[in-house]
Design a protein. Sequence first.
Length: 212
Amino acid sequence: MRILAFGDSITLGMWDYEAGGWVNRIGRALGVTSRKNPEDDSTTIYNLGVSGNSSREILERFENEVKYRLREEQEIVIIIATGINDSWYINKEKTTNVSENDFRNNLQKLIDLAKKSSTKIFFVGINPVDESRVNPVPWRPELSYKNELVDKYDAIIKESCEKNHVDFIDIRSAFKEQDYPALLEDGAHPNSAGHKLIFETIHNSLADKKII
């Protein structure tokens, strides 16, 4: 089995000082090492997170990334975690990075492409943000993260999954059941405890579907 995890800096594992992110935690649970290259024919998880990526950038590289790692004898599981960078608010222009309509269209294209290679497709929802720390974003003051927008883009992911009979993994609710600002390193990115919660939520969904 090959698990391909697409996403942004959160997927990449930034700010998880204990285990290197939720993808790496899944790899540890499976007893394998997360990889980027297709040199191993055993059960493998590939961390295809790229910092700053929105659905637009993931869509641009998605087909080639999957094709590069396909093996006829191995089952492919595709996990896509996107949306938070689509939803960021450009303060001067008073618009989001990717419009709601374009985001919806990008998700549909990703789903259509994913279905060409796998019947096991999962989309990960978006974690809430601590607006007191990221409105505006200290490291990019021209931008803001806002929960109102995060919630809208999260709802679009869920809606697209329901429409296409694809599994949606609800991260937002898992965070909101706890003191979620304490799970965030900088107001947007999860810390080690946040990555652990994402890992547990995704791992449980994969286990429920008999993937792992």
